[in-house]
Design a protein around this ligand. Structure first.
Ligand SMILES: Nc1ncnc2c1ncn2[C@@H]1O[C@H](COP(=O)(O)OP(=O)(O)OP(=O)(O)O)[C@@H](O)[C@H]1O
Length: 240
Protein backbone atom coordinates (compact mmCIF):
# COMPACT_ATOMS: atom_id res chain seq x y z
CA UNK A 1 0.00 0.00 0.00
CA UNK A 2 1.30 3.44 -0.90
CA UNK A 3 2.59 5.34 2.09
CA UNK A 4 0.71 8.59 2.70
CA UNK A 5 3.15 11.48 2.95
CA UNK A 6 2.54 14.37 5.30
CA UNK A 7 2.26 17.71 3.49
CA UNK A 8 5.51 19.64 3.80
CA UNK A 9 5.12 22.82 5.88
CA UNK A 10 7.11 25.68 4.37
CA UNK A 11 9.54 27.24 6.86
CA UNK A 12 8.23 30.50 8.26
CA UNK A 13 10.53 33.45 7.68
CA UNK A 14 12.09 34.76 10.88
CA UNK A 15 11.41 38.39 9.94
CA UNK A 16 8.57 39.51 7.73
CA UNK A 17 7.39 43.01 6.93
CA UNK A 18 4.46 43.88 4.71
CA UNK A 19 3.37 47.11 3.05
CA UNK A 20 5.59 49.39 5.13
CA UNK A 21 5.06 53.11 4.72
CA UNK A 22 6.89 55.78 6.67
CA UNK A 23 6.48 59.54 6.35
CA UNK A 24 7.72 62.63 8.15
CA UNK A 25 6.72 66.27 7.80
CA UNK A 26 4.08 65.37 5.23
CA UNK A 27 6.63 63.63 2.98
CA UNK A 28 6.73 59.91 2.31
CA UNK A 29 10.17 58.57 3.22
CA UNK A 30 9.58 54.89 2.57
CA UNK A 31 7.19 52.57 0.74
CA UNK A 32 8.28 48.92 0.84
CA UNK A 33 5.79 46.23 -0.21
CA UNK A 34 7.49 43.30 1.48
CA UNK A 35 10.60 42.07 3.26
CA UNK A 36 11.17 38.50 4.34
CA UNK A 37 14.30 36.96 5.83
CA UNK A 38 14.66 33.34 6.97
CA UNK A 39 16.97 32.12 9.73
CA UNK A 40 20.52 32.08 8.37
CA UNK A 41 19.65 34.40 5.47
CA UNK A 42 20.96 37.85 4.68
CA UNK A 43 19.10 40.70 2.99
CA UNK A 44 21.31 43.53 1.72
CA UNK A 45 19.81 47.01 1.54
CA UNK A 46 21.46 49.23 -1.03
CA UNK A 47 20.83 52.66 -2.50
CA UNK A 48 22.38 56.09 -2.71
CA UNK A 49 22.61 58.36 0.34
CA UNK A 50 19.16 59.33 1.53
CA UNK A 51 17.37 56.50 -0.32
CA UNK A 52 15.79 55.14 2.87
CA UNK A 53 18.02 52.28 4.08
CA UNK A 54 18.35 53.51 7.67
CA UNK A 55 14.67 54.39 7.79
CA UNK A 56 13.80 50.82 6.78
CA UNK A 57 16.20 49.36 9.38
CA UNK A 58 14.68 51.55 12.10
CA UNK A 59 11.18 50.45 11.11
CA UNK A 60 12.28 46.79 11.19
CA UNK A 61 13.88 47.36 14.61
CA UNK A 62 10.66 48.84 15.98
CA UNK A 63 12.49 52.12 16.65
CA UNK A 64 10.28 53.98 14.22
CA UNK A 65 6.55 53.46 13.98
CA UNK A 66 5.42 53.11 10.36
CA UNK A 67 2.27 54.94 9.26
CA UNK A 68 1.17 51.70 7.72
CA UNK A 69 2.22 48.07 7.57
CA UNK A 70 3.40 45.35 9.89
CA UNK A 71 6.75 43.97 11.01
CA UNK A 72 6.65 40.45 12.39
CA UNK A 73 9.34 38.44 14.13
CA UNK A 74 8.32 34.78 14.25
CA UNK A 75 4.86 35.92 13.19
CA UNK A 76 4.52 38.22 16.21
CA UNK A 77 4.58 42.03 15.94
CA UNK A 78 7.89 43.65 16.71
CA UNK A 79 7.83 45.81 19.80
CA UNK A 80 10.88 47.87 20.56
CA UNK A 81 10.67 47.64 24.32
CA UNK A 82 9.58 44.05 24.65
CA UNK A 83 12.27 42.21 26.52
CA UNK A 84 12.11 39.14 24.31
CA UNK A 85 12.62 41.27 21.19
CA UNK A 86 15.71 42.96 22.67
CA UNK A 87 17.04 39.57 23.69
CA UNK A 88 16.73 38.24 20.14
CA UNK A 89 17.64 41.19 17.97
CA UNK A 90 21.00 42.98 17.80
CA UNK A 91 20.76 46.48 16.31
CA UNK A 92 23.72 48.45 14.97
CA UNK A 93 22.87 51.96 13.81
CA UNK A 94 25.36 54.64 12.89
CA UNK A 95 24.54 56.75 15.95
CA UNK A 96 25.91 54.24 18.47
CA UNK A 97 28.07 55.78 21.18
CA UNK A 98 30.75 54.62 23.62
CA UNK A 99 31.18 55.25 27.34
CA UNK A 100 34.31 57.41 27.67
CA UNK A 101 35.34 55.78 30.95
CA UNK A 102 35.07 52.13 29.92
CA UNK A 103 37.81 50.25 28.10
CA UNK A 104 37.23 48.21 24.95
CA UNK A 105 37.15 44.97 26.97
CA UNK A 106 34.78 46.47 29.54
CA UNK A 107 32.32 47.59 26.86
CA UNK A 108 32.18 44.17 25.30
CA UNK A 109 32.02 42.40 28.66
CA UNK A 110 29.17 44.67 29.79
CA UNK A 111 27.04 43.79 26.76
CA UNK A 112 27.85 40.07 27.04
CA UNK A 113 26.88 40.03 30.72
CA UNK A 114 23.70 42.06 30.14
CA UNK A 115 22.67 39.47 27.56
CA UNK A 116 23.10 36.62 29.98
CA UNK A 117 26.34 35.00 28.82
CA UNK A 118 27.33 34.38 32.47
CA UNK A 119 30.51 32.36 33.00
CA UNK A 120 31.13 32.10 29.25
CA UNK A 121 31.23 35.90 28.83
CA UNK A 122 35.00 36.32 29.25
CA UNK A 123 35.86 33.65 26.69
CA UNK A 124 33.30 34.93 24.18
CA UNK A 125 34.57 38.53 24.56
CA UNK A 126 38.16 37.48 23.87
CA UNK A 127 37.00 35.45 20.90
CA UNK A 128 35.12 38.38 19.32
CA UNK A 129 37.97 40.83 19.92
CA UNK A 130 40.35 38.29 18.37
CA UNK A 131 38.11 37.72 15.35
CA UNK A 132 37.88 41.45 14.67
CA UNK A 133 41.58 41.98 15.45
CA UNK A 134 40.91 44.37 18.32
CA UNK A 135 42.32 42.34 21.20
CA UNK A 136 45.54 44.36 21.23
CA UNK A 137 43.42 47.42 22.17
CA UNK A 138 41.41 45.61 24.88
CA UNK A 139 42.61 47.99 27.61
CA UNK A 140 42.26 51.16 25.55
CA UNK A 141 39.68 53.89 26.25
CA UNK A 142 37.45 55.03 23.36
CA UNK A 143 39.13 58.43 22.97
CA UNK A 144 42.43 56.72 22.18
CA UNK A 145 40.99 54.59 19.37
CA UNK A 146 41.17 55.38 15.67
CA UNK A 147 37.84 55.86 13.86
CA UNK A 148 38.07 52.33 12.43
CA UNK A 149 38.97 50.83 15.82
CA UNK A 150 36.01 52.60 17.40
CA UNK A 151 33.78 51.12 14.70
CA UNK A 152 35.22 47.68 15.52
CA UNK A 153 34.49 48.24 19.21
CA UNK A 154 30.85 49.09 18.47
CA UNK A 155 30.58 46.07 16.17
CA UNK A 156 32.19 43.81 18.80
CA UNK A 157 29.56 44.94 21.30
CA UNK A 158 26.79 43.89 18.90
CA UNK A 159 28.42 40.65 17.76
CA UNK A 160 29.40 39.40 21.22
CA UNK A 161 25.81 38.81 22.25
CA UNK A 162 23.61 35.99 21.03
CA UNK A 163 21.05 37.13 18.45
CA UNK A 164 18.62 35.47 16.10
CA UNK A 165 18.45 38.62 13.96
CA UNK A 166 21.02 41.34 13.32
CA UNK A 167 19.98 44.71 11.87
CA UNK A 168 23.15 46.47 10.73
CA UNK A 169 23.53 49.92 9.23
CA UNK A 170 26.68 50.12 7.08
CA UNK A 171 28.84 48.01 9.39
CA UNK A 172 31.79 48.35 6.96
CA UNK A 173 32.04 52.13 7.40
CA UNK A 174 35.53 53.35 8.32
CA UNK A 175 37.01 49.82 8.07
CA UNK A 176 40.03 48.98 5.93
CA UNK A 177 40.02 46.05 3.50
CA UNK A 178 41.40 43.53 6.00
CA UNK A 179 38.93 44.54 8.70
CA UNK A 180 36.05 44.29 6.19
CA UNK A 181 37.15 40.77 5.31
CA UNK A 182 37.32 39.78 8.98
CA UNK A 183 33.88 41.30 9.52
CA UNK A 184 32.53 39.28 6.57
CA UNK A 185 34.01 36.08 8.05
CA UNK A 186 32.40 36.73 11.44
CA UNK A 187 29.03 37.54 9.88
CA UNK A 188 29.15 34.45 7.65
CA UNK A 189 29.81 32.29 10.68
CA UNK A 190 26.96 33.96 12.54
CA UNK A 191 24.67 33.19 9.60
CA UNK A 192 25.85 29.57 9.51
CA UNK A 193 24.75 29.35 13.15
CA UNK A 194 21.25 30.39 12.05
CA UNK A 195 21.25 34.15 12.62
CA UNK A 196 19.39 36.23 10.04
CA UNK A 197 20.86 39.55 8.92
CA UNK A 198 19.42 42.67 7.35
CA UNK A 199 22.25 44.99 6.43
CA UNK A 200 22.49 48.38 4.75
CA UNK A 201 25.72 48.25 2.80
CA UNK A 202 27.67 50.33 0.27
CA UNK A 203 30.53 47.84 -0.19
CA UNK A 204 29.74 45.64 -3.17
CA UNK A 205 32.20 42.90 -2.15
CA UNK A 206 30.64 42.60 1.28
CA UNK A 207 27.22 42.52 -0.34
CA UNK A 208 28.33 39.70 -2.67
CA UNK A 209 29.92 37.69 0.14
CA UNK A 210 26.99 37.88 2.53
CA UNK A 211 23.65 38.75 1.02
CA UNK A 212 21.52 36.14 -0.72
CA UNK A 213 18.90 38.74 -1.61
CA UNK A 214 19.12 42.46 -2.25
CA UNK A 215 16.63 45.27 -1.99
CA UNK A 216 17.61 48.40 -3.90
CA UNK A 217 15.98 51.61 -2.71
CA UNK A 218 15.65 54.88 -4.58
CA UNK A 219 13.94 57.80 -2.90
CA UNK A 220 12.23 55.42 -0.47
CA UNK A 221 10.89 53.12 -3.18
CA UNK A 222 11.98 49.61 -4.10
CA UNK A 223 13.54 49.56 -7.58
CA UNK A 224 14.88 45.99 -7.33
CA UNK A 225 14.27 43.12 -4.94
CA UNK A 226 15.76 39.76 -5.81
CA UNK A 227 18.85 37.55 -5.86
CA UNK A 228 22.17 39.27 -5.16
CA UNK A 229 23.88 37.58 -8.09
CA UNK A 230 21.66 39.38 -10.58
CA UNK A 231 22.63 42.77 -9.20
CA UNK A 232 26.33 41.92 -8.94
CA UNK A 233 26.42 40.38 -12.42
CA UNK A 234 25.07 43.54 -14.01
CA UNK A 235 28.60 44.88 -13.67
CA UNK A 236 27.54 48.38 -12.78
CA UNK A 237 25.47 48.74 -9.68
CA UNK A 238 22.13 50.40 -10.28
CA UNK A 239 22.55 52.56 -7.19
CA UNK A 240 25.86 54.34 -7.69
N1 LIG B 1 13.58 62.15 11.24
C1 LIG B 1 13.47 62.51 9.97
N2 LIG B 1 12.64 63.49 9.60
C2 LIG B 1 12.50 63.85 8.32
N3 LIG B 1 13.17 63.27 7.30
C3 LIG B 1 14.02 62.29 7.62
C4 LIG B 1 14.22 61.83 8.95
N4 LIG B 1 15.13 60.84 8.94
C5 LIG B 1 15.50 60.67 7.66
N5 LIG B 1 14.83 61.53 6.86
C6 LIG B 1 14.91 61.61 5.40
O1 LIG B 1 14.56 60.33 4.91
C7 LIG B 1 15.29 60.02 3.73
C8 LIG B 1 15.97 58.68 3.90
O2 LIG B 1 16.99 58.80 4.89
P1 LIG B 1 17.82 57.56 5.38
O3 LIG B 1 18.68 57.99 6.52
O4 LIG B 1 16.90 56.42 5.61
O5 LIG B 1 18.70 57.25 4.08
P2 LIG B 1 19.91 56.22 3.88
O6 LIG B 1 19.60 55.45 2.64
O7 LIG B 1 20.12 55.44 5.12
O8 LIG B 1 21.13 57.20 3.61
P3 LIG B 1 22.72 57.06 3.91
O9 LIG B 1 23.29 56.11 2.88
O10 LIG B 1 23.20 58.46 3.74
O11 LIG B 1 22.88 56.56 5.32
C9 LIG B 1 16.25 61.20 3.51
O12 LIG B 1 15.69 62.05 2.54
C10 LIG B 1 16.30 61.88 4.87
O13 LIG B 1 16.53 63.26 4.72
Amino acid sequence: MAKRLKPVQPLLPLLRATDLRVSAGGRQLLAVPSVSVPAGGCLGLVGVNGSGKSTLLKALAGLLRPDQGTVLLDDRPVREHELSFRQQVGVFLDDAACFPDLTVAEHVRMVATAHGLGPTAAERCEQVLDLLSLRHRADAFPDTLSAGQRQLLLLSAVLVRPARLLLLDEPEQRLDTGARERLADVLRKTMADGTAIVMAVHDRQLLGRLADQVLVLDDGRVVYHGPTAEVINRGATPWH
